[in-house]
Design a binder for this molecule. Structure first.
Ligand SMILES: Nc1ncnc2c1ncn2[C@@H]1O[C@H](COP(=O)(O)OP(=O)(O)O)[C@@H](O)[C@H]1O
Ligand SMILES: [Mg+2]
Length: 221
């Protein structure tokens, strides 16, 4: 079972958006997936309600996280996506403590680059693999927009692993959620759909690499 936690201290960075799009991507590829909405704001749960389909299970709340994950594992769930609130609540650190990988969505911008550092510190303290995903970026015009180049440079200077791709700011990403869908279900030929697919493949590779290392470690102890 792979546990992916979406975390970022800043509201609006795209945690719930990416959780929903990745969740629906997994549903379409028939991977038993559990969504956990650990944010009292309830965005992911709202999307799940609008979706009104039985293809993704949902747990709401921060209580009994360890027991919920243990049950999911027993039930054969392959992927767990945990959406977290934009604050320093103990529930965020608890979710991160259960993560195999933490995805930190970040808009390219000075305040956003500054804000991710608090979440990165928590990941480092808990010794959890993490990666920044640049979200709601200006569209590429042959190459990265200068905002994205700046943001990447800042992450590189801080030695922060950052996904080489980007999720562009696009209306389809917001509109599809309003229909309870993911962008690939709503608009399968859009660039947003391609980007979410690219992100999914990059995450899958990261999980494989992480499991290979932790598996080796487990065998050697
Ligand atoms: N790539 C994107 N393109 C267009 N709109 C986006 C994108 N990412 C996020 N949004 C919009 O920005 C707002 C905040 O995103 P959300 O996922 O709720 O952030 P968070 O969960 O981190 O607070 C939402 O209205 C969402 O639709
Ligand atoms: Mg949210």
């Amino acid at each position: 079972m792979n546990v992916l936690v979406l975390a970022a201290r800043k509201g609006g960075s795209g945690k719930s958006t990416l959780a929903a799009h990745l969740g629906s991507y997994m549903a379409e590829h028939s991977r038993p997936t559990l969504l956990i909405d650990a944010d009292p704001q309830g965005s992911l749960a709202l999307w799940h309600q609008v979706r009104d389909a039985g293809d993704l299970s949902l747990h709401v709340g921060t209580k009994h996280l360890a027991a919920t994950l243990a049950k999911a594992k027993r039930d054969g769930v392959k992927w767990v996506l945990i959406d977290t609130p934009p604050n320093a609540d103990a529930s965020v650190a608890e979710a991160i403590s259960h993560a195999d990988l933490v995805v930190i969505p970040m808009r390219p911008g000075l305040f956003d680059v500054d804000a991710v550092q608090a979440t990165i510190r928590v990941c480092r303290e808990l010794i959890k693999p993490y990666a920044v995903v640049i979200n709601a970026a200006p569209a590429k015009n042959g190459s990265d927009d200068p905002m994205v180049t700046d943001a990447r440079g800042a992450m590189q200077a801080l030695d922060v692993p950052t996904w080489a791709g980007q999720i562009t700011h696009s209306p389809e990403l917001a509109l599809s959620l309003a229909h309870g869908a993911g962008v690939h279900e709503f608009s399968s030929r859009s660039s947003g759909s391609e980007e979410i697919g690219n992100l999914w493949r990059a995450l899958t590779k990261s999980f494989e690499a992480i499991k290979a290392v932790t598996g080796k470690h487990a065998q050697s102890v």
